[in-house]
Design a binder for this molecule. Structure first.
Ligand SMILES: O=C(O)c1ccccc1NCC(=O)[C@H](O)[C@H](O)COP(=O)(O)O
Length: 224
């Protein structure tokens, strides 16, 4: 079935002005990083302010990497994100324990995620995820600005049990159309590609990225 439009998440926001610009440009979701080793990590207090600035009908995603469950609960209680994103080595039971919608990220190209078969097997362990997010492998866990070999996801496209695919990793206004044409993801996720420096977004690059996704969707519709 042809989908009407590709959803857009902009990840790693730390500043109020970037939330305003990203929402105004038409993003469907923003991601707040709660991973202390990331340059984009936000405090609970910062996150509450950023969350409050998001308009209705646009989601706030809380991103964690192998966090203590109590930390996740604290963020849920105090920030009230719309959805959780687990970007580390979290197990299915770990992801489910919060009783919230979640996206599970897979760091493609890394250990155990380097063939189409093992990528598929890893994904199928998370049948209750609201989406499977694919990012490139990096030692720092994410936000690396690097892409990965899309052929590793080909097998998922025909899988009836596949969850909605969120494509991340090295996307920018120049590369996103080709990536969308190749994989037809449910959503795309960008961080470094719309930044001036880690955690500091460029309103122009965010707007260019969102326009490029819209143009790619329009091109796909007109070719149907
Ligand atoms: O942004 C981070 O610093 C980060 C750290 C640890 C895990 C995930 C992290 N970010 C995730 C994202 O921003 C995106 O989901 C994805 O990695 C895209 O990043 P990019 O390649 O920079 O567009």
């Amino acid at each position: 079935m042809m989908q009407y439009r590709t959803r857009i998440k902009v990840c790693g926001l730390t500043r109020l002005e970037d939330v305003h610009a990203t929402a105004a440009a038409g993003a469907d979701a923003i991601g707040l990083v709660f991973y202390p080793k990331s340059a984009r990590c936000v405090s609970l207090e910062q996150a509450r302010v950023l969350r409050q600035a998001m308009p209705a009908l646009a989601d706030v995603v809380a991103l964690f990497v192998n966090a203590e469950p109590d930390h996740v609960r604290q963020v849920i209680e105090q920030v009230q994100p719309d959805i959780l994103q687990f970007h580390g080595d979290e197990s299915p039971d770990y992801c489910r324990q919060f009783g919230r919608r979640y996206m599970r990220a897979f760091r493609v190209g890394g250990p155990g995620l380097d063939t189409p078969e093992n990528v598929r097997a890893a994904c199928l362990e998370f049948p209750d995820a609201s989406a499977w997010l694919f990012d490139s492998y990096s030692a720092g866990y994410g936000g690396s600005g690097r892409s990965f070999d899309f052929a590793l996801l080909d097998v998922l496209r025909a899988d009836q049990n596949a969850r909605p695919v969120v494509l991340a990793g090295g996307l920018n206004a120049q590369s996103v159309a080709d990536a969308m044409a190749r994989l037809r993801p449910y959503a795309v996720d960008v961080s470094s590609g719309v930044e001036v420096s880690p955690g500091v977004k460029s309103p122009e690059r965010v707007a260019e990225f969102i326009a490029a996704v819209g143009q790619a969707d329009a091109a796909a519709r007109s070719s149907c």
